[in-house]
Design a protein. Sequence first.
Length: 308
Amino acid sequence: MARYIAKLIGNGIHHRRLRLSGKACRLESLSLEITHRCICRCSMCNIWQIPPEVPDLDLSVWQELLCSPELHHLRELDLTGGEPFLRHDAGKLLQAICEAQPAHFPRLRTLAITTNGILTDRILGHVRPLVAHLQKRGIDLVLSCGVDAVGNLHDRIRNYPGAWDKLQETFAGLYRIRESHPNLILGIKTTIIPLNIRELIPIAAYARSNNLFTIISPRIVTPNRFRNSNNEESLRFTTEDLQEMIHDPSSRGPVTGRRSWAIFAPARSASPAQPGSTPSSFDTTARFSPVRSCRLHWETFRTPPWEN
Ligand code: SF4
C-alpha cells in the first residue's frame, strides 16, 4: 500500500510540474468511442439518438490512428460506445489492435472494453481469442458490463426487456473463460440515477459474490456525449437521494466499507454536500487499479466543467 501511495504522490507532483511548465503529458491512457449505436435505450443516455446518417468511423481510420507515434507510451486503451460489440467489424478492429500493439504501443498493459453484455454470442466469440492472445503478451483484458440494478429494475432502466437475463448468460460464459485466463478482469459499471440510488448495496453484494470489480458514478447530464439534457428533470437528485448516496463515514459505507470511507472522510467534510451538487465519481475496488480501495472525488460545483 505504501508503494502505491508513494506512486500516486509522485504522479501528482509530476503532473503539477507539467502543468506549471506548460509541457504536454505523455499519452498513457486513451478511450475510443468506436460506435454510437446501441440496442439499449437507457434512462440516462441518449447516445443512440445520434442519427444513422452520422456514420461510425471506418476501420481504416482506426487502423491509421493505431499506428500513430503519439501512442508509443500508451498503457491503457479503452474501447467504448454505444455498444462496441454491435460493430459488424468488431473482430477486425480487435485484430488490428493486436497487430499494431507490439510495434506502436509496446507498453500497453490493459485493453478495456465497456459493454451492456446483451449480445452474448458475439461477446464470448470475440473475447475468447482476444484474451488468449493478450495473455501471451502479458496484457489484461478488462471487461466492464453495465449493471444498473440486480434483477428487473435493470431491464426497466435499460429499456430492454430481458437485459438482465442476457447479462447473466454473458457473465456465465465469461466466468468460464476467466477460469483459464486470469488476465480476464471482469467488472460492472453502474450509473447512479434517482431510480437506482437505493440499489447500491445489492449491486455491491452481487459484485462481491461474483468477484467483479465495481465502478459506480453519478449520471452526467450533458447535451454533448450523452445527449440527455432533455431528461434533466427525471435525472435530478433530491436531497434525500444525496443523503442515501453519501453515508456517514463512521458507519459502513454503501459499497466499500469503513476503511475506504475513513481515508476520504476529510475531503468530504471539507466540502459538505449541497442539494443539487454531484460527487463526480465514485469508484470501488478494482484489481487493475493502482490502489485497491475507492476513489471519491467530491466536488461542489453544480455543473461539472465538462458540461459547460
Ligand atoms: S448507457 Fe450504454 S447501454 Fe445504455 S444506451 Fe447508453 S451506450 Fe447504450
